[in-house]
Design a protein around this ligand. Sequence first.
Ligand code: GRF
Length: 236
Amino acid sequence: MSSNEHEIQKPPLRLGVLISGSGTNLQALIDAVENQQLPGVEIALVASNNPNAYGLQRALKHKLPAIYLPWGNVGAQFIAPVGKGNVGTQFIAPKNGMSESEFLLTALLQLFQIDLIVLAGWMRIFSAAFLEHFPQRVINIHPALLPDAGTGSTYTTSSGIQIPVFRGLHAVKQALDAGVTVTGSCVHYVTPEVDAGPVICRQEVTIEHGDTEESLHERLKVVEHRLIVEAVRKLR
Ligand code: GRF
């Protein structure tokens, strides 16, 4: 009898991937799952607050459940599965400190039995009340360097240089504008303070002479595609 037969099989880790845009990080996860680089991991749901997010098309192409979830207190009363038309409306009242949209998303994540929520270019901020429902179960990709604990205003690079921490929108541009020579990307746990949760994995990237926001972000994304797979593998 092999030792494997004695091992208790863990149930698959079911990912809920939330996107707002092109979804190249989602694609990296899809590819990793399909190429057996993430054994025991399934992408159980893809949801977007943006109906035109190309990531939804990526999900559908791979036969993954893809849902457009209108976001905001106005107009958040219905969901529309992509490609199948609107299957009806349902009014959800704000509850327990969460917005209507968060309440609806919570119900969806529970319905799809999601174990780990991956924010892959998700452009909305979650309330503390929403995050309390999913302790240590929401992770985000941030295109700048955060210190290990996520908090604090400086990051010390591997070569010992102290640089400011760039959080929030346009973190790639913030790094370029600050004139730093090194930036990078992180996957971190999501906490109520934006881009300030403990780091799961991180990689530094050198800023090249003549880099634009686009050229630098493109190189960062290449790194992110590896980091997000590594982070999910660690949390499996
Ligand atoms: C990534 O660069 C990520 O760091 C940021 O949003 C971008 C999403 O890109 N949070 P994509 O939609 O995965 O291509």
